[in-house]
Design a protein. Structure first.
Length: 344
């Protein structure tokens, strides 16, 4: 038998009106009382279903957007722009939830059935767990993924093939004659399974299939990417690399600026590729793999609105192709390959 609001009120020692306010206007309830009611509701497996909210007062007209960082980067800002373009026209508010670790993700999905105050959830670039899928099913809320590696649990998704993107980059660099490529990246948020891990996996697989030597250069921070990567190029593991493939353009661009400021030439001494085709990639002449997050977000937003209206023909998992954009930072390797110079 399903738990009722009366059951929660009786167990928490409050009125049904107080329970109702906890879910509809939590800011109007004392923190101690609110926490007690939510604790009891969770223990009794009580939740506010979206359909019930619609019957009572219409749709919430709010859509939650989960982003895998506390900072806005180029990709996420374009996603938000695309979502808002569609949702604003349909009179929906987009509520942003930065998710930086697995505990924050778990907390969001644990609370969602209790809140019952969003019509849909959009997740960008990371996966959701089996327990979180169950929570969404209880809340009867559609969840749409943008650029997720695994479609399990998502009602619909729009993604690129990150694996294929780095594979294209490796094959292109091999055609130019490069025989050792170094992959440059920074640390990911721990616990969250980001879709762009597929880029690293695709790079490794493609290098092995094409019989290309490869290595990885990890820059632990984004603040001094140039020094970290340039210093690594002087080590035995990376000294023979004639091309650098960056995990994203935002790492490649500052490296190129600093490299050229030292009076060295790209691509004469080393080739550089990025991934994204983000801001300034064209201006700096960066060869890169192009994706279109704005277009993906607009498509995902239209899917979301259709799913809110129970149009499950929108429950598809679409893969958008990426494209190689050749510019001025890649060329045939110098013969012989030039060793890195000392920073000192």
């Amino acid at each position: 038998m399903k738990t009722s609001i009366n059951d929660v009120a009786q167990a928490a020692g409050v009125s049904t009106a107080t329970v109702s306010r906890v879910f509809s206007h939590p800011d109007r309830v004392a923190e101690r009382t609110r926490e007690k009611v939510l604790k009891v509701a969770s223990e009794l497996d009580f939740y506010i279903s979206r359909s019930a909210g619609v019957l009572k007062s219409g749709q919430a007209k709010r859509i939650a957007f989960l982003m895998g960082s506390s900072k806005l980067d180029w990709f996420t800002s374009r996603i938000i722009e695309g979502l808002n373009t569609v949702f604003r026209a349909a009179h929906y508010d987009l509520v942003i939830f930065p998710i930086t670790n697995i505990e924050e993700r778990k907390q969001f999905f644990d609370d969602l059935p209790l809140r019952g105050n969003v019509d849909a959830v959009v997740v960008s670039s990371f996966d959701i767990g089996p327990d979180e899928v169950v929570r969404l099913q209880k809340a009867r809320v559609p969840i749409v993924g943008i650029n997720v590696a695994d479609t399990t649990g998502f009602t619909a998704t729009v993604s690129i093939d990150d694996y294929e993107g780095t594979s294209i980059a490796v094959r292109y660099l091999k055609q130019l004659g490069h025989q050792h490529i170094a992959y440059c990246y920074t640390e990911f948020a721990r616990g969250l399974h980001f879709s762009s891990w597929s880029r690293i996996n695709g790079f490794k697989k493609a290098c092995e299939e094409e019989n290309i030597n490869y290595s990885y250069i990890l820059s632990e921070t984004t603040e001094d990417v140039f020094s970290n990567i340039y210093s690594a190029l002087m080590t035995p593991e990376h000294k023979d690399a004639t091309a650098l493939l960056f995990h994203q353009d935002s790492l490649a661009i500052p490296f190129i600026f600093a490299y050229r400021e030292m009076g060295m030439d790209i691509p004469a001494t080393i080739s550089v590729m990025g991934y994204d085709n983000s801001n300034f990639a064209g201006e700096i002449g960066l060869t890169t793999i192009k994706q279109k997050p704005l277009d993906m977000a607009i498509l995902a937003a239209h899917k979301t609105l259709r799913l809110i209206e129970d149009d499950y023909s929108a429950a598809t998992h679409d893969v958008i192709p990426v494209k190689l954009v050749v510019r001025k930072t890649t060329a045939q390797p110098a013969q012989p390959a030039q060793p890195a110079q000392s920073l000192n």
